[in-house]
Ligand binder design. Structure first.
Ligand code: PMP
Length: 303
């Protein structure tokens, strides 16, 4: 399977897309990245990119934070991505990784007087948390307060510390708290609870990334299950008493959480609401639900 990258304004084989060792973003984490899913529908012989525009809109906002001059419009970024995937001709689930970064080969901690660039590549990638139900622990590493709304590469070091701490202790994923002890999110996912018949998720001011999947799930819960989502601070102990818990994210889709800190969530099985949302979501991202087809971008011209 040949894979390509859009790199330095042209399409090149992935193996040829290399950056120099003095690249600013490599040293100081000065890059904005995104993760976009392409979902293969074998019946239709079509690959659907999910919420493509929304990801590039978030990237544009993040670039403002980091003073990165992203010279392509959202439309152009969408077109470049479609052309890239067409060239790769993938026929399975994929993950797309766009990066807007300080490309100057120049050292010194700053954001100004540095040139920027944009690249994107894609590769086949199956389930991110490859388990039916994730076994989680709350982390000793906190989700920081500053600029949490942007996917800044440098911000992910705390998440990496948390993930590996959890993994080495025998868990699949970490749940990070805010510095003042409220639940924030997973290391690459937002978190939802079902408690007392209500859907609850940490609020924007609980240091979360405002996930695109989070928005989708809030919309689906309202439209399809008639359930409102309450966005509010969530106490750590609420994790232990919730009836259901699940993660949402582009890579992780909807992943049920079976246990937290050695306590089963509910009876430890996949909850009813979680299961319904998983089924809905999985149909939608594969382009099988006409009502939500606007969220899907077909890549191949002739299915
Ligand atoms: N939180 C973090 C820290 C993430 O990296 C991600 C993945 N982008 C998410 C939440 C979920 O966001 P989304 O649904 O937009 O992928």
């Amino acid at each position: 399977m040949s894979s390509y990258a859009y790199f330095q304004k042209q399409f090149v084989p992935l193996s040829e897309a290399k950056i120099g060792i003095m690249t600013h973003a490599f040293h100081y984490g000065t890059a904005i990245f995104e993760g976009i899913r392409g979902n293969w529908n074998s019946k239709q012989q079509q690959l659907y990119l999910f919420c493509l525009r929304e990801h590039y809109e978030r990237m544009h906002r993040g670039c403002k934070d980091l003073k990165i001059n992203l010279s392509h419009t959202v439309n152009e970024l969408c077109q470049i991505t479609i052309e890239l995937i067409e060239r790769c001709d993938f026929r399975e689930d994929i993950y797309v990784r766009p990066v807007a970064y300080k490309s100057a080969e120049s050292l010194g901690v700053r954001l100004h007087d540095l040139k920027d660039d944009f690249l994107v590549f894609a590769f086949p990638w199956g389930p991110y948390l490859d388990v039916d139900k994730a076994k989680c622990s709350t982390s000793s590493w906190r989700r920081p307060n500053e600029v949490p709304q942007a996917k800044i590469t440098g911000l992910y070091v705390n998440s990496a510390l948390a993930k590996t701490e959890a993994w080495e202790n025998g868990f699949h994923e970490a749940i990070m708290l805010t510095p003042d002890g409220y639940v924030s999110e997973g290391t690459g996912e937002n978190i939802f609870l079902v408690t007392g018949g209500k859907l609850v998720t940490p609020a924007s001011y609980n240091n979360i990334l405002m996930g695109i999947t989070r928005n989708v799930v809030i919309t689906l819960a309202q439209n399809e299950l008639g359930m409102e989502t309450i966005e509010r601070p969530v106490d750590r102990c609420e994790l232990y008493t919730a009836d259901e818990c699940f993660f949402t994210g582009t890579a992780a889709n909807i992943t049920p959480v079976g246990a937290i800190d050695h306590r089963n969530v509910g009876n430890g099985e996949i909850g009813e609401i979680t299961g319904k949302l998983q089924q809905l979501y999985s149909d939608i991202i594969q382009g099988n639900n006409p009502k939500y087809f606007d969220w899907c971008t077909p890549v191949y011209k002739k299915a």
